[in-house]
Write a protein that binds this ligand. Sequence first.
Ligand SMILES: Cc1cc2nc3c(=O)[nH]c(=O)nc-3n(C[C@H](O)[C@H](O)[C@H](O)COP(=O)(O)OP(=O)(O)OC[C@H]3O[C@@H](n4cnc5c(N)ncnc54)[C@H](O)[C@@H]3O)c2cc1C
Length: 391
Amino acid sequence: MNDAQRGRAEIIAEKVEAFVREVVVPYEKDPRRDHHGAPTDELVMELKELARRAGVLTPHILADGSHLTQRETALVLRKSGLSPLGPLACNTAAPDEGNMYLLGKMGSPQIKDRFLKPLIEGRARSAFFMSEPAEDGGAGSDPSMMKTTAVPADDCWVINGRKAFITGAQGAQIGIVMAKSAQGASMFVVDLPNPSIRIVRIPKTIDSSMPGGHAVVSIENLRVPNDQMLGESGEGFRYAQVRLSPARLSHCMRWLGACSRAHDIATDYANRREAFGKTLIDHEGVGFMLAENLIDLLQAQLMIDWCAGVIDAGSLATVESSMTKVAVSEGLMRVADRCVQVMGGSGLTEDTIVAQIFREIRAFRIYDGPTEVHKWSLARTIKRNWKAMQS
Ligand SMILES: Cc1cc2nc3c(=O)[nH]c(=O)nc-3n(C[C@H](O)[C@H](O)[C@H](O)COP(=O)(O)OP(=O)(O)OC[C@H]3O[C@@H](n4cnc5c(N)ncnc54)[C@H](O)[C@@H]3O)c2cc1C
């Protein structure tokens, strides 16, 4: 990152941090939540309006439509993540952030104007339809198991199938649907709600930061005009890779911010609370937990910056983002767990944000590829490289 770049990203990050700490954090106790605890759209729109007025709405995409570099994005998104509501307020949350990135890279001018613009302006939110129910034998850890079909008919594609864990499908205005055509996996951009896309159920989940929850969805004879296919038929997995590394990394950025805040709260507790005649932090067991937190937090930050640099250099960073996602999600899980432990019973209550951060990080070890899948894929790369060295 050169000096000019460091300057602009740091300035934006400072504004975002001030906004999240001063304006967003007080909303954490706002009762406007849906059935599984996620903020309602009314609450999110109110926060977005405040972010708009503060000049921090969609702060990672500049007025001329250009995107901050990934290293710059890391600075900004970490600050937006200081509260679980921060990314929603600033429009840096999943899945919109990843969807904006994908549409910005792959969308035709018409798709950008119709679907990307309202997302950047914070007027709409979106959903990404890839995973499918386990009971159908559909795509999960293994996307090649995709069962949803796309068949050409006249001047459109007809899509049928079922999807699962679709974050924000309920209440979204824009959807990116993955389905298999004769050429292979393909992506389609659609308007929501759509009578052919039915929310079957929204299971209650351990996390509660994402509006609309994670829906099971049925798609029946969805007709999508040809010009709403993203790019070429059969290129869906390649495009998914374009979205995947930056989207994985942006989860790491936001949750790093959240865990830094949890660590600060636990540190405050450990410095005030006494047991057995001294403050908790003076007990080696507690001091060591906080010290280990600092080490894990810094390691997460360094891995994110390293991977961001690889993407900025023009690589898809598939291997690097796998390594980073595993290291960061596992490291942050340890941090969140220690924060709960240091705070005793208080760590489990809703009195601070620590308990929610702990629950959110647990889910992060599964979405965007479970830890084991990334390790398995890395092991295959190691084997391939070893074989290449033998020949
Ligand atoms: C909170 C949340 C939000 C999500 N949002 C979306 C969304 O918006 N859109 C979307 O399309 N999907 C979404 N998902 C789905 C997510 O991508 C899948 O849950 C994930 O890909 C795993 O698929 P699965 O749940 O079917 O697990 P399965 O494929 O059934 O795997 C179960 C477990 O098996 C193990 N495993 C699998 N393969 C291997 C292997 N090769 N080696 C070793 N172990 C292995 C892993 O431990 C894994 O956790 C979301 C999931 C969650 C939890």
